[in-house]
Design a protein around this ligand. Structure first.
Ligand SMILES: [Zn+2]
Length: 474
């Protein structure tokens, strides 16, 4: 599969326009919503290195990482197959000679096949939040834990955290890396932690009011739940002392950000990470919020075409492939995250010189290739959320009646807007189709359905029905 350049160029242009639009909005919001002057401290000098200084550091770290991995059975075998060792890494481009690592490889090494230090040195174990089967276990030495706290502290500070703040962590604590990662990050900054953990939303609100919480840490969907309860209980968001939220652990949209910010009266920042490479702390937003700064002194991030595994040019969407160069207990080479995002290397006014990544726009395993164009269910969902009257309940059906792919999206109409007036429904259908075309670059037929006619899912929703391989009997 080859990315269609023309489509992507249009899409990128749209992305840039959207981004500029949001930047203007953000500036307006900042004046409106900041409850205190924003602290623009940069925690670590490595966040402002020149490209040359950074690349020298990265090369040293990469060679050291390959050297340390030589005794891990999986890499030992792969290095032999690829004919590489740490001495073959002469420039950062040589990373393409190194083997990729997949989730399946980690599963095959369950539980500790990828450990690169003696077990006695390990200080902590965590696990992936996988929904089926055994988790993927990851390990940390005391130095890894220190590094992890530092990385979380960096993005917390870039999103306004100060040592005098009180932070309520409403993430799950456990094998999942979110709770503990952020907890120690907050402590590293010197702020106070309320380890509230996830759930019991009314108690969260009570703590928030009584303890005068400044910063909320949780998933974006839990922030929405908190906002819902706030509205139901008629609590005025202006009565809260809450100023910022640091949200991560799942994909979310700009529309969700706007809802969370206006209903809680805060600024919400996005951060990114995954347990396989360390947990939260890989990247996070600064006040400009035009992408998340990648902590490039510790992670080498490639953006590859998920089919050809060749690098995509900067500014084009691709799969993030991450090397955690400096982890001691379990460094990982070129981990295929399956997360699709865009990298930006233009200058950021905040002063940090690191490259930035967009929010995750899809998963390469969810990617549909329609008439040669890559489309993600999340893009369809984004279009639906932009049109008043469309419910976020939908199903995408792919067929190939002749030689061309056809896509129909069945969408529920919200009860308040569902009507037997044909003209109203036709106009709603047209608006959704226009929005879908703007975001995906494809014309996709929309079928409107009455409320509650699409099956609800308790776990992961099955959004895509691909019938293109099916013979249609005539
Ligand atoms: Zn910045």
């Amino acid at each position: 599969m080859v990315f269609k350049t023309s489509q992507l160029t249009i899409k990128n242009l749209l992305a840039i326009l959207t981004l500029s639009f949001f930047t203007i909005q953000i500036q307006q919001q900042l004046t409106k919503m900041s409850k205190e002057p924003f602290n623009k401290t940069i925690l670590n000098p490595n966040e402002t290195l020149t490209r040359g200084e950074l690349e020298n550091l990265q090369l040293r770290h990469l060679r050291d990482c390959v050297r340390r991995l030589a005794d891990v059975p999986f890499y030992k075998q792969k290095f032999a197959e690829h004919g590489v060792n740490h001495e073959s890494i002469r420039s950062l481009n040589d990373i393409s000679r190194l083997p990729l690592t997949t989730k399946a490889d980690l599963r095959n090494g369950y539980p500790l096949g990828f450990l690169a230090v003696p077990r006695e040195v390990v200080a902590r174990f965590h696990g992936s939040s996988g929904t089926t089967g055994k988790p993927t276990i990851v390990a940390y030495t005391p130095d890894d834990l220190k590094l992890w706290s530092e990385l979380c502290a960096r993005f917390l500070v870039s999103g306004g955290l100060q040592s005098r703040h009180t932070v309520q962590i409403a993430f799950g604590y456990g094998l999942f890396t979110g709770g503990f990662g952020l907890h120690y990050g907050v402590e590293r900054v010197g702020a106070a932690v309320i380890p509230a953990a996830a759930g019991n939303t009314r108690r969260q609100l009570m703590l928030m009011q009584d303890m005068q919480t400044d910063v909320l840490v949780c998933t974006p969907s839990y922030a929405l739940t908190i906002a819902d309860v706030l509205r139901n209980d008629n609590i005025d968001p202006a009565s809260l002392t809450l100023k910022y939220a640091h949200l991560g652990g799942e994909t979310w949209t700009e529309q969700m950000r706007e809802t969370i910010e206006s209903s809680l009266g805060i600024l919400a920042f996005n951060n990114y990470g995954l347990s396989e490479v360390i947990g939260p702390g890989v990247s996070g937003e600064c006040i400009e919020r035009t992408g998340m700064h990648i902590q490039e002194d510790h992670f080498l991030v490639e953006c590859l075409d998920p089919e050809t595994l060749k690098p995509v040019p900067n500014g084009k969407p691709g799969e993030l492939v991450i090397t955690a160069m400096t982890k001691q207990a379990m460094p990982i080479l070129r981990y295929r995250t399956r997360d699709i995002a865009v990298l930006y290397d233009d200058e950021c006014p905040c002063g940090r010189t690191t490259r930035r990544m967009s929010r995750v726009i899809g998963r390469s395993d969810d990617m549909m290739i329609i008439r040669g164009v890559n489309v993600f269910p999340s893009q369809i969902e984004e279009a639906l959320l932009r049109v008043e009257g469309a419910a976020p309940h939908y199903q995408i059906e792919l067929t190939r009646p002749g030689t061309l792919d056809e896509v129909r999206v069945k969408v529920e109409v919200v009860p308040e807007k569902f009507s037997d007036k044909l003209a109203d429904m036709a106009s709603l259908k047209r608006r959704i189709e226009q929005e879908v075309t703007t975001i995906t670059g494809l014309h996709i037929t929309i079928d409107l359905l009455p409320p509650k006619s699409i099956d609800r899912f308790e776990g992961k929703a099955k959004r895509v029905i691909d019938l293109r391989g099916m013979k249609v009997e005539v």
